[in-house]
Ligand binder design. Sequence first.
Ligand code: PLP
Length: 366
Amino acid sequence: MIRERHLFGPGPSNPYPEATRALAEPLLGHLDPEFLRIMDETCEMLRTVWGTSNARTLPLSATGSAGMEAAFVNTVHPGDVVVVAVNGLFGQRMTDVAARCGAEVVAVEHDWGQPVDVDRVLTAHPAPAIVAAVHAETSTGVRSDIAALGAGLRSQGSDALLLVDAVTSIAGIELRADDWGVDIGYAGTQKCLGVAPGLAPFTIDDRAFERRVEKPRSWYLDLGMLGGYVGEAGVKGGQRTYHHTAPTAMVNSLHGGLTRILEEGLDAVWARHQAAGDALQAGLQEMGLELFAAEGSRLPELTTVKVPDGVDSAAVRAELLQRHGIEIGAGAGAYASSVWRIGLMGRNARPDAVLLVLAALEDVLR
Ligand code: PLP
């Protein structure tokens, strides 16, 4: 038996009970009418959490990184200029994925811990095909202003597609894909959606879909073929075609998590994340700890803390896990041993979780 942990790292988070319970329900076949109903409802609920009416909104059967690959492999034509805002590990990963798809990548580098500088990104190239950015940089705990990026592209009269990573933002902080002009977005289930890792909620608008690569170099992630798999609700009258065996248990679990989130209300869920993050960040500072992410751009769902001088970062994390059953994350990249990442995502965005992690940290650091 695995002892239950408090998953207060950068993800996965502890799932919502509704998501966990759904995993124990009888397994359905992937073409069972009951499953097709669950898939349809899941896609509809995903539209709500994305803030989109895109018909092509679906859970891809793989983790967030596959969402990233699907985004680029379906939209980058060889030689396309892709401007990528890089302010952490996942922006960096985007440059790698885009280059592998044949893009001419223009990376707009930022200091880690800073939000994306919208003006620098908008002026990085006169006519990019795609502009890409991470909404919530999990490596640094920073939120970037996607609304401003989308508005900037529109006011420039640019016809670049806006491609956004919402892995750590979806169902945690405000996300309005349509209002902000997001053309392509991908996410993951294991963070604020409060579901186990394994699916990548994905959305693409008509404009981006029409400009897609006809035969992308990935068969599995070919959005042209995947449309039939989810019945392309509202696009082709719901005709289903077999593409791959849907992970029915995971989709049912996502359905459970989304139902829970929408019953609580998206605004209330965002407010709950904000309150938990504010309380955690205030408590850490009261303990004399310093936060890493730039003030004004701190994510509530993921807090980055500087490891105090002379403290063994890995030993503290190990003791938190052994003595208190609490997982927190190490820093990413160059900050692996100088930063901790504390996530209060999904079900964990609660006052009692704040108190628990603060008390445990105080105990271990004493
Ligand atoms: N993008 C961001 C912002 C992430 O935080 C992550 C994972 O932590 C990913 C992409 C990759 O997702 P996955 O690890 O589920 O493949």
